[in-house]
Design a protein around this ligand. Structure first.
Ligand code: GDP
Ligand code: MN
Length: 383
C-alpha cells in the first residue's frame, strides 16, 4: 500500500525527522485562508498523487508570492497529472501540499528497502539526489544484517561516500530513525529524494515516498487508515473489492488466468510471440463462479482489449465452476472480440460441455503456446 507524500512526511515529522512546514488543501476555497495562515512567502506547491516524477511533469512549482501560489493551486487542483510513473492516463490531483521553500545547498538520495536476493533490508544513497535520479550513476549500498541497524563503520562509509562530514552526526542519527520507522511500520520502501542540506547545514526531507507490506496492514491500523481508494484506477479498485489480483497494462490482449505464476508465464508467452497484454489477472485458486463472472466483466469493461486469452489450469478451481462464471458473465449479450481458451484440469469435460451448450463461440487451444500465438495472430489480423 502507498500513502501520499504529505502523510509520509507527517510520519517522519512525528519521528523527529525535519520536514518543511506546510499544509494541505483539497478545495480551492481553502487556498486563500491556508495561504494566509502560513508564516512565509516562498512556497513550494506540490501535487499529491501516488507516483513520482512530478517535478519533471509540472506537478511541483516554487513561487515567491501568495498570488502566484493561488494561481498555480487553481491550475493544478482537480486536474490530471501525467508523469513517467503514472502511466499514460495520469492521476487526478485531489490534494495539494503547500510548503515553505527550502534553500537547497545539496540534494541527496536515500532509501531503505528489502533486497530479496540478499534477504535483508538495505540502505541506498546517492550524492546526486533530485529529479534526475533515474539517470544517476553513483549509488552506494549497505546491507542491514543486524536487527540493531547499520554498524557504525557502515554509517561512516555512507557519510564518506556522500561527502557529508559536516553533518555526519545528524546523518547517522537520521539513518537510525529511518531504520526504526522502516521496521516499526512494515515498510517495503522508504525513499527520501531529495534529502536536502539547507543553507544552515540541516538535513531536511523535501520529498517522501513510502510503501507498506500489505501482509502487515492488519497490525498497522494507523497506516491502513490512510488508504486512499481514489488513487486506484476504477477497474483496479473494483478488482480489489473482489480480491482479484489485477494490474492494468498497456497492450490489447486481455488475460484471464488462475494463479499468479501462470499469469506471468502467460504474459511472457504473449510477449514472446510479439504481443502485449492489456492486464495481469489472477483470479486465485479457489475462485467461485461469481468471482469468475466479475473478473470477466472487469476485463470486458476495458475497451483497449481486442482479444481475450483465457488460460485455466483447473486444480482447486474446478473447470466447471469456471465455465459457469464465464457463461454467466457473457449473459445474453454477444461478446464481439475473439476469445481464445486453453482449458485443462479438474472437471474439464463438464466445463467444456457447459461452454459448448451455452453457444459461446470460443477458439480452443491445446497448449499455452498455441493459445498465446493464436491470440497474437488474431490481434494483428483483426486490426
Ligand atoms: P518528485 O519529482 O515527484 O520526486 O517530486 P519532489 O518532491 O522530489 O520535487 C522535485 C524537485 O523539486 C526536487 O528535487 C527539488 O529540486 C524541488 N523542490 C522540492 N521541494 C523544494 C523546496 O522546498 N525548495 C526548493 N528550492 N526546491 C524544492
Ligand atoms: Mn522526489
Amino acid at each position: 500500500m502507498f500513502i501520499h507524500e504529505y502523510q509520509a512526511k507527517s510520519l517522519l515529522n512525528r519521528n523527529q525527522i525535519l520536514i518543511p512546514e506546510g499544509k494541505v488543501i483539497t478545495t480551492i476555497n481553502d487556498a486563500d485562508s491556508v495561504l494566509n495562515t502560513l508564516p512565509f512567502k516562498n512556497y513550494v506547491i506540490k501535487a499529491q498523487i501516488y507516483g513520482g516524477g512530478r517535478g519533471k511533469a509540472g506537478g511541483i512549482l516554487t513561487v515567491d508570492s501568495k498570488e502566484e501560489a493561488l494561481e498555480y493551486v487553481k491550475t493544478i487542483l482537480g486536474k490530471r497529472l501525467v508523469t513517467t510513473q503514472t502511466g499514460p492516463s495520469g492521476k487526478i490531483v485531489r490534494t495539494v501540499l503547500i510548503e515553505e521553500k527550502v534553500n537547497i545547498e545539496k540534494e541527496i538520495y536515500i532509501s531503505l528497502t528489502i533486497d530479496r536476493k540478499r534477504a535483508c533490508p538495505i540502505v541506498i544513497v546517492s550524492p546526486e539526489g533530485g529529479i534526475e535520479i533515474e539517470k544517476g550513476k553513483t549509488f552506494f549500498e549497505e546491507d542491514i544484517t543486524s536487527p540493531m541497524g547499520l554498524y557504525p563503520f557502515q554509517k561512516r562509509r555512507l557519510i564518506y561516500s556522500l561527502g557529508l562530514r559536516e553533518s555526519s552526526d545528524e546523518f547517522a542519527s537520521l539513518i537510525e530513525k529511518l531504520y526504526r520507522l522502516f521496521i516499526k511500520y512494515d515498510i517495503t520502501l522508504l525513499e527520501i529524494n531529495p534529502l536536502a542540506i539547507d543553507k544552515m547545514g540541516r538535513l531536511v526531507a523535501l520529498d517522501a515516498k513510502m510503501s507498506f507490506d500489505d501482509n502487515g496492514l492488519f497490525r498497522q491500523k494507523e497506516i491502513s487508515d490512510l488508504y486512499d481508494p481514489g488513487e486506484l484506477d476504477p477497474l483496479e479498485s473494483e478488482a480489489q473489492k473482489e480480491s482479484l489480483n489485477y494490474v492494468k497494462m498497456d497492450g490489447n490482449i486481455g488475460c484471464l488466468v488462475n494463479g499468479a505464476g501462470l499469469a506471468m508465464a502467460t504474459i511472457d508467452l504473449i510477449d514472446f510471440y510479439g504481443g502485449k497484454a492489456t492486464n495481469f489477472l489472477d483470479v486465485g485458486g479457489g475462485a467461485s463462479s461469481e468471482k469468475i463472472e466479475k473478473a470477466v466483466r472487469i476485463l470486458l469493461e476495458d475497451k483497449r482489449m481486442k482479444v481475450m486469452l483465457i488460460n485455466i489450469f483447473g486444480g482447486i478451481l474446478r473447470c466447471d465452476r469456471f465455465a459457469e462464471g464465464l457463461v454467466n458473465a457473457s449473459g445474453n449479450k454477444e461478446i464481439k472480440i475473439p476469445i481464445i481458451i486453453r482449458f485443462k484440469g479438474t472437471m474439464i469435460e463438464e466445463g467444456k460441455r457447459i461452454i459448448r451448450d451455452s453457444g459461446l463461440n470460443l477458439i480452443w487451444a491445446d497448449s499455452m503456446e498455441e493459445a498465446a500465438s493464436i491470440a497474437v495472430i488474431r490481434v494483428n489480423t483483426d486490426q
